[in-house]
Ligand binder design. Structure first.
Ligand SMILES: *[C@@H]1O[C@H](CO)[C@@H](O)[C@H](O)[C@H]1NC(C)=O
Ligand SMILES: *[C@@H]1O[C@H](CO)[C@@H](O)[C@H](O)[C@H]1NC(C)=O
Length: 197
């Protein structure tokens, strides 16, 4: 029995050793890809969120600033869509007083605008060429800034009506991630915009 379990242990050990060696072999270029993401993210406001949201796409991004920025926008759009859906669900809840319900309705509207603005900026990015670089980047900056403003408008709306702490916490908690992702995407866009010429 003891010999048996030590053989299992040995097998597990050998297996993890092999797995580890394979990972170690893959390291050099993977490491440069993740390092590129880490460095690029270091100039954003929320570097840790930036890194964790992009590192899963490291193989795709490699060390390409355009792909990095495009991926950041796509990740942000996905988050904006799910936040928008979540707020829409919350707005149908019964626990809101009339002012809160009105603020929630406004919030659902501005979040839907922010989804459209992010979609538009992704669409613009796909048309980015050397010949239209400045005007396209400027449009993308405008759309993404607008998306960020809309997300902040939602949170501010609840502040202004003195919503109950529970509601404010719930809203802030739902919006915070997408607002941070949007802020990060904007920083990466600004960086890309100044990288040219
Ligand atoms: C972002 O999403 C759009 C639409 O799905 C896609 O066409 C584009 O290739 C994506 N960009 C990146 C960098 O992943
Ligand atoms: C919110 O609270 C502040 C301070 O308590 C008060 O001055 C203000 O009138 C309130 N606003 C609303 C819309 O109730």
């Amino acid at each position: 029995m003891e010999a048996f379990s030590s053989r299992i242990l040995l097998t597990i050990f050998a297996f993890s050793f092999i797995t580890h060696s394979i990972q170690a072999n893959e390291r050099p270029y993977q490491q440069s890809n993740t390092l590129f993401i880490r460095n690029s993210c270091s100039s954003t406001t929320y570097p840790r969120l930036c890194y964790t949201s992009l590192v899963k796409h490291a193989d795709f991004i490699q060390t390409n600033q355009m792909l990095l920025t495009g991926t950041a926008l796509n990740v942000t759009l996905a988050s904006a869509k799910s936040t928008s859906a979540l707020m829409s669900t919350l707005s149908k809840g019964q626990q809101l007083n009339p002012r809160e319900a009105a603020a929630m309705k406004d919030c659902v509207e501005v979040l839907s605008d922010s989804v459209d603005e992010l979609r538009r900026s992704i669409d613009e990015m796909s048309r980015l060429r050397t010949s239209n670089f400045e005007i396209t980047m400027s449009d993308v900056q405008t759309w993404v800034s607008a998306a960020l403003t809309d997300q902040n408008t939602c949170t501010d709306g609840f502040q202004e009506i003195n919503a109950t702490e529970n509601v404010k916490t719930l809203v802030r908690g739902s919006i915070v991630q997408v607002a941070q992702l949007t802020s990060n995407a904007l920083a990466l866009i600004n960086k890309l915009a100044t990288s040219h010429g």
